[in-house]
Design a protein around this ligand. Structure first.
Ligand SMILES: NC(=O)C1=CN([C@@H]2O[C@H](COP(=O)(O)OP(=O)(O)OC[C@H]3O[C@@H](n4cnc5c(N)ncnc54)[C@H](OP(=O)(O)O)[C@@H]3O)[C@@H](O)[C@H]2O)[C@@H](O)CC1
Ligand SMILES: Nc1ncnc2c1ncn2[C@@H]1O[C@H](COP(=O)(O)OP(=O)(O)O)[C@@H](O)[C@H]1O
Ligand SMILES: [K+]
Length: 517
């Protein structure tokens, strides 16, 4: 079967922007088989696509192909034979003797016309010379335990030799569902994958092991992708405008400042900067009106900083309840820059009781570390929790990294009933609303963000962006995802030397750019 390959830069995630787990991928594959696609033809398409990729990027180079025990190895045999026929010098090392292969992989192995070498330490040392070009076809989506023995030795040898590795489907050793390294993992320059991206290509550290990604659709289409996701697990996609642009607020001729959205930031005296940054971000993303409620001594700071906002004193807890009587307030941010204590807890609970969409950030999350159930407001998907890893671990101590970031965020969303933004360089946004088509929720993975965002106050800006979009009545999951996307774009736009104060100022330019989308 001829493989069609895509190398789209803007969104290389294949048909749609789905991201499939290993189980979903297998279900998508079954869907194809039920509709007459031949499994060996699919493997041939995969192997030939890898060979085509290698020939395009390194024309005329000798190549070492490492074949594992299953179908990933099968793809390797097909690629090796295709390259050999093109006149490439190919050395092939296999983890199994030829007679031990089964199914399509056995058929692919039987088609290899070159020499057969065992994948062992001695052969690795001879074959993988410094700067060798290596096709890693050891393990793909079937990896289910840590690499050891010869497979681990292959990873080490490639690393020692500074080999340029092209990974087939997954860099071997990276879990396709979690992006976690199992024992040891190939550090690939490039990864050629099939059908759709897998979470492990996007989540850390897998993203760093995968290098540049090429998605080859093969025979996979929208119907098989949908069938794959409906077989179980969440609908995972890459975060981008396609996921939320239709509900991005746009002011119209009939709008006035209140109708555009009135956001409320609960500020603190100890760290007023957090609320100030959030307020500025909420206004830059389009909230028509912004009120800060903060201890009286902090109010002059807010007012001097931003003449366009309204400041109201917050002394007693009842003050917040009174402020929330104003029905024009359309969303609330609580927790940024607040100390994690009983007073903050009360402010969060009062904000939630106000019945508006609420963003809970920073100290507002940690204040519930010893009683997370009190924060979990089942049936309130308009509540957005924005934890970084530390805050997440305090609220969901049992949802550890071993589950993978996509699954952790999804389970946290379902447990809390809230939209979850699990921050980091690979921020994941999860929706608590279950669907009725067998898909257990929606998850978006932000592809990449500027590491310059790792600076104090950057999270406060993100919280403010979510607030500003919620205030404009954008649904919470979409608001959270759009905010994360704007935030990472702002990080790239500001670039080196970025400080949190720069981020809100980048928003209008980015907003203008996507107005045309
Ligand atoms: N679906 C698709 O889109 C397409 C799929 N295609 C290709 O098929 C690949 C999936 O093939 P696969 O299912 O045979 O799994 P694969 O990754 O080769 O692992 C093989 C076996 O290794 C074992 N094993 C696991 N971990 C281990 C470890 N650490 N150390 C040692 N052994 C370990 C484990 O078997 P076990 O030993 O448990 O019996 C496992 O079953 C996919 O990635 C893609 O390249 C394309 O051809 C066409 C499109
Ligand atoms: N290495 C990184 N690469 C990209 N984005 C990052 C990185 N580290 C942090 N971020 C982003 O920066 C923000 C930091 O938020 P947070 O940890 O709450 O900081 P703060 O509380 O100081 O504002 C988050 O949006 C996070 O996703
Ligand atoms: K591989």
């Amino acid at each position: 079967m001829a493989a069609t390959s895509t190398t789209a830069k803007a969104d290389p995630s294949g048909p749609g922007d789905r991201v499939l787990t290993a189980a979903q991928m297998r279900a998508a594959e079954q869907h194809l088989f039920q509709h007459g696609v031949d499994s060996f033809a699919l493997m041939c398409g995969a192997g030939e696509a890898v060979a085509g990729h290698v020939a395009r990027h390194w024309p005329g180079r000798d190549v070492v192909v490492l074949c594992g025990p299953g179908n990933n190895g099968g793809d390797g045999f097909i690629a090796a034979e295709a390259l050999r026929r093109q006149g490439c010098g190919v050395t092939l090392l296999a983890l199994r003797p030829i007679e031990a292969y089964r199914g399509d992989a056995a058929r692919a192995a039987a088609g290899w016309q070159g020499q057969w070498l065992a994948l062992d330490a001695a052969n690795l040392e001879t074959a993988v010379q410094p700067n060798a070009l290596v096709v890693d076809a050891l393990f793909g989506i079937g990896l289910d335990r840590s690499l050891d023995g010869a497979a681990a030795a292959a990873v080490n040898r490639c690393r020692e030799a500074g080999a340029m590795v092209v990974a087939v489907d997954m860099p071997s050793g990276v879990s396709s569902d979690t992006g976690l390294v199992m024992g040891a993992a190939m550090l690939a320059r490039q990864t050629v994958t099939f059908g759709w991206l897998k979470p492990g290509h996007l989540l850390l550290p897998g993203r760093l092991h995968a290098g540049a990604l090429e998605v080859v659709p093969l025979a996979f289409d929208e119907a098989s992708g949908r069938a794959g996701q409906q077989a179980g697990g969440p609908d995972i996609r890459c975060n981008g405008p396609a996921s939320w642009i239709l509900c991005l607020p746009r002011p119209g001729a009939m709008d006035h400042k209140y109708s555009r959205g009135h956001a409320l930031v609960i500020g603190s005296a100890a760290m007023s900067g957090a609320g100030r940054l959030a307020a500025r971000a909420a206004r830059r993303i389009g909230a028509g009106m912004l009120t800060v409620a903060a201890p009286a001594e902090a109010l002059p700071l807010f007012m001097a900083d931003q003449p366009g906002l309204i400041a109201r004193p917050l002394g007693r807890p009842e003050d917040l309840v009174e402020i929330l009587l104003d029905s024009r307030i359309s969303a609330v941010l609580v927790g940024s820059g607040m100390t994690p204590d009983a007073g903050t807890r009360e402010a969060v609970l009062n904000a939630l009781a106000g019945g508006r969409p609420v963003v809970v950030d920073g100290g507002g999350l940690t204040a519930f570390a010893d009683r997370p159930q009190d924060l979990f407001v089942l049936g309130r998907p308009d509540v957005v929790l924005t934890p970084h890893e530390g805050e997440f671990a305090r609220l969901f101590p049992d949802l550890g990294p071993e589950l993978g970031k996509a699954a952790r965020a999804q389970q946290a969303a379902q447990r809390s009933g809230a939209t979850i933004v699990l921050k980091g360089s690979d921020t994941v946004i999860a929706c608590p609303i279950l669907r009725h088509d067998g898909v257990s929720g929606r998850v978006l993975v932000n592809r990449e963000a500027s590491p310059h965002l790792a600076t104090a106050g950057s999270g406060d800006v993100l919280a403010g962006l979510v607030l500003g979009l919620l205030a404009q009545r954008m649904p919470a999951f979409e608001a959270a995802a759009a905010a994360v996307w704007f935030h990472s774009e702002a990080g790239f736009a500001a670039g080196p030397g970025l400080i949190a104060e720069d981020l809100p100022e980048q928003i209008p330019g980015i907003r203008r750019l996507i107005a045309e989308v």
